[in-house]
Design a protein around this ligand. Structure first.
Ligand code: HEM
Length: 420
């Protein structure tokens, strides 16, 4: 997504705001739209030309309420705006679209494999993967950081799920087709619908084969070696998961990881092109690395939204939401709320306090938080050790998606740090 810094007095006419249009995030000014809405219509109704319509909440407190109050706002009918009004067939079967209490039973055994301590054995493999990705960075030629960072999360999800490395490029491609089916660079066939269908089919059949292969192996390849093994052996409310549920959760885990993590780095590097002093300070201050990373998460907010549906009639900020209407919680807007963040359009690697909610809020708060933070921390350390300064080296291109705020191309010239 294009990250802009509108002046506090800037506004657009709310009647012309279209938060559904994926092109807004690639070419337009979503931050100006959200800034206007936070001030003038914090609970905003939008009609779509096809007869559908949805509410948007843009203030920090409202976003947290919608994401966390699962009794009033269910995830079970679907959680992505693109699919508004289509009942998600995975509802109640896939963790991301299941409400508590079943959600808690699915999540707990997986969560135990995603703590910092449980992730420690994966760190050497993740670090080696990152070093491989960054290998060409300092060759003295323009180099596309956006492409490298798009491939970054696969190193992590691949390791955690026990997937073969030769499959990574295809899985990255299918992930991009899923979150950005409107982006022409990733489209196949006749447009976004065919692209989305092809991506779903590709990913579901891939994971179905992974599960079958593990059962076929002699002895069967099951157990807690990785997340797929855990999904195949764990019980939820006294029963094992069906193969359909296992595959659906593999799909969700892969997408949860793959479509967002690397954009945090790209967005920070892009912002600091013109602020060498801040880059220099951050890159040399090991103690301040984490504070800066938290700010990069707030700044990039790579997951723009999640969707919920009102269970019954409910009121938010004086507006009446009717039962079954969709409510989109714009996380990327909450992270710029001027009532919560001082000077929200300033990127400040020393910002404190910083109550960013890039990983969401409530029962569905990202299960991959520790994995993402470890990956980002390792990546920043590798970059800071090698690069003294980045220079722009070509046109920046943003992902055309209302779900993932990504940077797909970011050509840079990296000036290597002189080793002493
Ligand atoms: C910077 C990187 C990441 C960001 C910004 C992010 C963001 C989010 C957000 C906002 C949610 C909440 C969904 C909701 O409320 O409905 C979420 C859930 C989830 N994330 Fe992440 N995520 C990241 C990395 C990862 C990684 C590395 C993994 C896996 C290894 C992952 C797997 C998941 C899964 C499976 C869920 C669903 C959890 C549930 O329903 O309980 N994410 N993520």
């Amino acid at each position: 997504m294009r990250i802009t810094a509108p002046a506090p007095s800037d506004r657009v006419d709310p009647a012309g705001i279209d938060l559904y249009d994926p092109r807004l995030y690639a070419y337009g000014d979503a931050h100006l739209a959200w800034q206007t809405l936070r001030r003038e219509e914090p609970v905003f109704w939008q009609d779509l030309p096809d007869g559908r319509g949805f509410w948007s909440v843009t203030k920090y407190d409202d976003v947290r309420r919608v994401l966390s109050d699962h009794e009033a706002f269910t995830s079970q009918r679907g959680a992505i705006l693109k699919m508004l009004g289509t009942e998600d067939p995975a509802g109640g079967h896939q963790m991301a679209v299941t409400d508590p209490p079943r959600h808690t039973h699915v999540r707990r055994p997986l969560e135990a494999m995603m703590t910092p301590a449980a992730l420690r054995p994966f760190v050497p493999r993740i670090r080696a993967g990152i070093q491989g990705l960054l290998a060409g960075m300092c060759d003295g030629e323009p180099w596309d950081l956006g492409v490298a960072m798009t491939a970054l999360p696969m190193i992590v999800s691949g390791a955690l799920m026990g997937l073969p490395e030769e499959d990574f490029p295809e899985l990255v491609r299918l992930g991009l087709m899923t979150v950005a089916p409107d982006d022409e660079e990733f489209q196949v066939g006749t447009g976004s619908t065919t692209t989305l269908r092809a991506a779903h089919t590709g990913l579901f059949s891939y994971f179905a084969e992974q599960v079958r292969a593990r059962r076929r192996a002699a002895p069967p390849d099951l157990g807690d070696r990785d997340l797929i093994g855990r999904l195949m052996t764990m019980e939820v409310e006294g029963s094992p998961m069906t193969d359909g549920e296992i595959v659906s959760n593999c799909y969700s885990m892969l997408l949860g990881a793959n479509v967002n993590t690397g954009h945090v780095i790209s967005a920070a590097v892009l912002e600091l092109f013109d602020d060498f002093e801040q880059y220099d300070r951050w890159s040399r201050d090991e103690a301040g690395l984490k504070t800066g990373l938290t700010e990069a998460l707030r700044w990039s907010s790579p997951v723009l939204h999640f969707l919920r549906y009102a269970v019954d009639d409910v009121e938010i900020g004086g507006r009446k939401i009717q039962a079954r209407q969709g409510v989109v919680a714009w996380i990327a807007s909450a992270n710029r709320d001027e009532d919560v963040f001082d000077d929200p359009f300033r990127f400040d690697t020393r910002r404190r306090p910083n109550r960013e909610i890039s990983f969401g809020y409530g029962p569905h708060r990202c299960i991959g938080t520790a994995a993402a933070r470890i990956t980002l921390d390792l990546t920043l350390k590798e970059i800071f050790a090698r690069v003294e300064r980045f220079e722009p080296a070509g046109e920046v291109e943003h992902l055309c998606s209302n779900f993932t705020g990504g940077i797909k191309h970011l050509p840079v010239l990296a000036h290597p740090r002189i080793q002493r």
